[in-house]
Design a binder for this molecule. Structure first.
Ligand code: CO
Ligand code: CO
Ligand code: CO
Length: 311
């Protein structure tokens, strides 16, 4: 979008550059986002459901509630038969029902590489929304799902793992970020994003840059899938992990072994929320997470120095 200045009106509260756009009209604060992905699993039902959770996630990251969605579908009539496509849609429909989000319509094009996703519209009922620019030095940093899905999906595609081996990973990708969103709002989080394609460090970088702060993270506190550790040590990881590393490396300071950094740069599908909150809310957050059954890891702190340190 560099060098372009798209039209914006007085209702535009937030455009390009955050997890979603925010638009106010007639007193209602709307959140709009769009996401689609290529197949990550062989099971079309699971792919449809995970892609749906992934598309809804940006609304939850803004602190909003999704209300309705439009499907974006690319598939090749020859390769992907109609009943496979039906399974993708069945996964999407089930996940949308769980999120109480109405499917209003969609559009399909002929495409050699299948794609599925949604444009989602949601609202912030109290008018409040969270951006990537609200982090303040002294705050703590938390995440709500483990990282390493990119490495695991690559291992799956190379036949080194089967879908039966990674039940926990699939379950996490399927999980909506609705409860995590309520959790972070309940303790007054001031900045939030969801961990997806840029990997944990890429999304940490986005918050740091947008908030003009830094972060100190503790590798041992970051939740990672064991299988991903085994594969990354054997140099099996997607190209995206390296790209994400190039994206953050000028901002990064770490003496850790290469594979730990690559693991933290691994592109994530349908990851958890990453948010910052005041340290005096730590106990309340941990208690609320338990009550609401949201997984939670406090992985570091916000600093005043514009630098990501990984210890
Ligand atoms: Co996002
Ligand atoms: Co997105
Ligand atoms: Co159309």
């Amino acid at each position: 979008m560099e060098g372009l200045s798209p039209y914006a009106d007085e209702h535009t509260l937030l455009s390009v550059g955050d997890d979603a756009g925010v638009y106010e009209y007639g007193g209602v604060v709307w959140v709009h986002t769009l996401d689609f992905i290529t197949p990550i699993l062989n099971d079309p039902y699971l792919w449809g459901a995970i892609s749906t959770a992934n598309s809804l996630s940006d609304v939850y990251a803004m602190g909003g509630i999704p209300l309705n969605a439009l499907a974006i579908v690319g598939f090749n009539n020859c390769d992907l038969e109609l009943d496979v496509f039906r399974e993708v849609m069945r996964g999407a429909v089930d996940k949308l029902r769980e999120a109480k989000t109405v499917l209003l319509g969609g559009h399909t094009i002929d495409d050699k590489e299948p794609k599925f996703g949604l444009a989602v519209a949601g609202v912030c009922p109290d008018g409040r929304y969270l951006t990537q620019s609200g982090a303040r030095p002294g705050q703590l940093v938390a995440v709500t799902k483990p990282v390493g899905t990119g490495i695991i999906i690559k291992a799956l595609k190379e036949g080194l793992l089967s879908e039966e081996d990674i039940g926990e990973v699939i379950e996490n990708m399927l999980r909506l970020n609705d409860k995590a969103s309520e959790l972070m709002k309940s303790v007054g989080a001031t900045s939030c994003t969801d961990v997806t394609g840029f990997g944990l460090l890429g999304h940490v970088y986005n918050i740091c840059r947008n908030s003009d702060v830094g972060m100190r993270l503790f590798f041992e506190k970051v939740p990672v899938y064991e299988e991903a550790v085994d594969f990354v040590k054997k140099k099996l990881f997607p190209k995206g992990a390296r790209d994400n590393h190039s994206f953050v490396k000028d901002y990064l300071r770490s003496e850790l072994e290469w594979w730990k950094i690559i693991l933290l740069c691994d592109p994530v599908t349908s990851g958890g929320l990453l948010f910052t909150f005041e340290p005096n809310k730590k106990e309340e957050l941990e208690r609320e997470a338990k009550d609401r059954r949201v997984s939670l890891w406090i992985i570091g702190e916000v600093t005043g120095e514009r630098m990501i340190e990984v210890l």
